[in-house]
Design a protein around this ligand. Structure first.
Ligand code: FES
Length: 103
């Protein structure tokens, strides 16, 4: 059984709309995107550990800045080349004092 913990990772309003930002949460690199709500997923591309948070967003899809692999930011699913590969996703909550992620 996996125990989940809500961690405060950012101030409210610190991630501009339509952008992603990377955070270190207990040693994990987590990307949080502000696009139709907040979406959190593992921050490193499965290809060669590119950082996806600064990637271009097109709808629900982020493009890895290194070699343009694509991920759905809501499901974590890789959309190119490999079947059934996903980045882990995390629940996000916006509370009065900040943005929390359940890791
Ligand atoms: S590291 Fe992401 S596409 Fe190569």
């Amino acid at each position: 059984m996996k125990f989940m913990t809500w961690k405060k990772v950012a101030k409210k309003g610190s991630i501009p709309s339509g952008k992603g930002w990377e955070y270190n949460v207990d040693g994990k690199k987590i990307a949080i995107f502000n696009k139709d709500g907040y979406h959190a997923l593992d921050a490193l591309c499965v290809h060669q550990d590119g950082h996806i948070a600064p990637g271009e967003l097109d709808g629900d899809v982020v493009e890895c800045p290194l070699h343009s692999w694509h991920y759905n930011i809501k499901t974590g699913k890789l959309l190119d080349y490999l079947e059934d590969v996903k980045l882990q996703t995390y629940s996000v909550e916006v509370r009065d004092d900040g943005i929390y992620v359940d890791i």
